[in-house]
Design a protein around this ligand. Structure first.
Ligand SMILES: Cc1cc2nc3c(=O)[nH]c(=O)nc-3n(C[C@H](O)[C@H](O)[C@H](O)COP(=O)(O)OP(=O)(O)OC[C@H]3O[C@@H](n4cnc5c(N)ncnc54)[C@H](O)[C@@H]3O)c2cc1C
Length: 541
């Protein structure tokens, strides 16, 4: 039986590398798993860019964990499940909130720059958290502090073999089991078969599906698409979180995120008329859950025929703003804007992928030998709406669990697995000239933004699916490079998002349907799971 690969190999010689554990991705999920697994196993980590080019690096607000005296895992559980709008996997949430505090304390040993006052850790308040529970570092530079510390620990203090600028094209499967991945060096185009007993997918999200996003350019959903091709179940793709406060000005490659922590410190949202439109819409006003704020913003923008509303921090202490939000302040200054003196134009922007590769509470996907952690996974902790600052925590907690499960999985394999020989199926010869990947990608992102964006309806979603099918049928690439592979992956993701969004005939969490504006628990308190048809999967179904 042959399964789909997008890798095209035109007779060139393949390099080979062999590991016990292969980790794909160098954000919080990948680095945490690799460093921990390398204490026991031979680990290789591949990433298509540097360690400072990840969503992790960009994270601002911080990491949520029940560390404060007035807090408890039970409270954190309640807040997470409430935000998740009826779709959280409560077993997974229990794991997240119970194990979170210890994982964060361990991270603090690796990353010493978490903010403290008089030796006490400072806890920030964010939307839909009932207490202050978000630890941060360098003010709003949590992501860069954490990634730099983890990358240094991997480089200097561990035996992980690191390969940056190595683009992973496809997962390798043998009799339905994942046995590694095919990668391409971005320096010289060399293809390498990386075989391993276990592969940990930690490739992050897919914000680039919408073009306008807070996500880094690497966020093209490669991991989710390759897992799907390898036969893994993917889940909840319709739940794409749009962050309420992306900077709404022209000329940004990656949209500057204005962290929720600013509203936590007391900043307001105002419409063109200067009114605080969240007051009266939700008892928590500007600190309501993200989906509630986004809905209200979209309604205001439509009513006022505007493409933004405003964030107002002018009444807050200027010194505090500069100290607590250096990243946001520097980003705004590039556009001539200042928190202490200006109204900041903001609009919802694609921010986070709740869906991904379906896993159990040990990070196991439905394909043996393939684990997933971080934003590329769907552990079920976020339900239909992620609670702010729970995603870095998810990467920490579930990567630790993946490593704890390795003994069991590797122990269950026979000796012959170490002598694995793997050959990729032959691919058809490439045409000389092919479609223009950049043009196809522009068409894809425009379609997704227009027809499958923050507010959806059935007719628009049908247009999106039709357009994406047409694009797909016209795409015959000549030479295959990163741009071509990424475009194919984005197309897979876009199509599955639109299909799932069309199926879900209700509004729930971050999924907003104009034609089905209410939540329908009777029909839809369930997940949408997608998997290749059995005839296209390899090995036992
Ligand atoms: C601007 C911004 C602010 C945020 N703020 C917060 C916050 O305050 N708190 C919070 O909890 N969450 C926050 N988030 C979300 C959070 O940062 C991410 O969900 C989390 O960092 C994801 O970590 P990850 O390890 O799964 O993926 P990432 O950190 O995105 O890393 C993905 C890795 O996979 C690699 N990769 C991808 N495809 C391939 C391929 N084909 N081949 C090889 N390598 C590949 C990439 O190069 C990268 O190394 C924020 C996100 C953004 C964008």
């Amino acid at each position: 039986m042959s399964r789909p690969y997008i890798a095209r190999i035109d007779g060139e010689k393949l390099h080979r590398r062999t590991f016990d554990v292969l980790v794909l991705g160098g954000g919080i999920a990948g680095l945490t798993a690799a460093i921990s697994a390398a204490r026991r196993w031979r680990v290789g980590l591949l990433t298509k860019a540097g360690f400072d080019d990840t969503a992790t690096f960009l994270a601002q607000g911080g990491i949520a964990a029940a560390l404060g005296e007035s807090d408890s895992p039970d409270l954190h559980f309640e807040d997470t499940v409430k935000a998740g709008a009826g779709l959280c996997d409560e077993k997974a949430v229990r794991v997240l909130v119970d194990e979170g505090p210890d994982r964060v304390r361990e991270l603090m040993e690796v990353c010493p720059h978490f903010d403290r006052v008089d030796g006490e850790i400072v806890l920030g308040r964010e939307g839909a958290h009932s207490v202050a529970r978000v630890v941060h570092a360098g003010g709003d530079a949590t992501g860069s502090e954490v990634s730099s510390a983890l990358a240094e620990a991997a480089r200097l203090g561990s035996r992980v073999q690191l390969y940056e600028d190595e683009f992973v094209i496809d997962l390798l499967t043998l009799d339905g089991r994942c046995v590694g991945a095919l990668s391409m060096s971005l320096d010289d185009g060399q293809l390498t078969l990386n075989t391993a007993m276990v592969t940990v997918l930690a490739t992050g999200g897919a914000g680039q599906v919408y073009g306008r996003t807070t996500n880094p350019t690497v966020a093209t959903g490669d991991g989710i698409a390759m897992a799907y091709r390898a036969g893994a179940a993917i889940r909840d793709l319709e739940f794409v979180q749009f962050h309420p406060t992306g900077l709404a000005v022209e000329g940004q490659e990656t949209v500057l995120l204005i962290t929720e922590a600013l509203r936590g410190e007391g900043a307001y949202l105002r419409n063109e008329a200067g009114e605080r439109f969240m007051v009266g819409k939700d008892p928590r006003a500007e600190l309501a859950a993200r989906d509630v704020v986004v809905r209200a913003m979209v309604a205001e923008m439509r009513r006022e025929k505007s493409d933004h509303v405003y964030l107002d921090a002018r009444h807050l202490d200027a010194e505090m703003l500069a100290q607590r939000f250096p990243t946001v302040s520097a980003g705004l200054a590039q556009h001539g804007l200042h928190l202490a003196t200006d109204l900041i134009p903001v609009a919802p922007v694609c921010h986070y992928f709740i869906g991904g590769v379906m896993t159990d509470v040990w990070g196991r996907s439905t394909v043996p030998g393939l684990y997933a952690s971080g934003e590329c996974s769907s552990t079920g902790v976020h339900g239909a709406n992620r609670l702010a600052s729970n995603s870095l925590l998810e990467g920490l907690v579930f990567s630790d669990r993946v490593v704890r499960d390795l003994d069991r999985y590797i122990g269950s394999l026979g000796e012959d697995v170490r002598r694995l020989r793997f050959a990729l199926p032959e691919s058809a010869p490439a045409a000389q000239d092919g479609a223009d990947a950049a043009a196809a990608r522009r068409a894809l992102t425009a379609t997704m933004l227009q027809w499958a964006g923050v507010v959806r309806d059935g007719n628009g979603l049908k247009v999106a699916i039709r357009e994406l099918r047409r694009l797909n049928s016209e795409l015959a690439f000549g030479r295959m490079g990163v741009a071509e592979y990424e475009t194919l992956n984005l197309l897979t993701l876009g199509t599955q998002i639109a299909k799932s969004a069309l199926l879900r005939e209700e509004s729930r969490g971050v999924h907003l349907r104009e034609d089905f504006p209410t939540r329908d628990d009777e029909r839809w308190r369930r997940h949408i799971t997608l998997r290749l048809p059995p005839a296209q999967r390899e090995g036992p179904a």
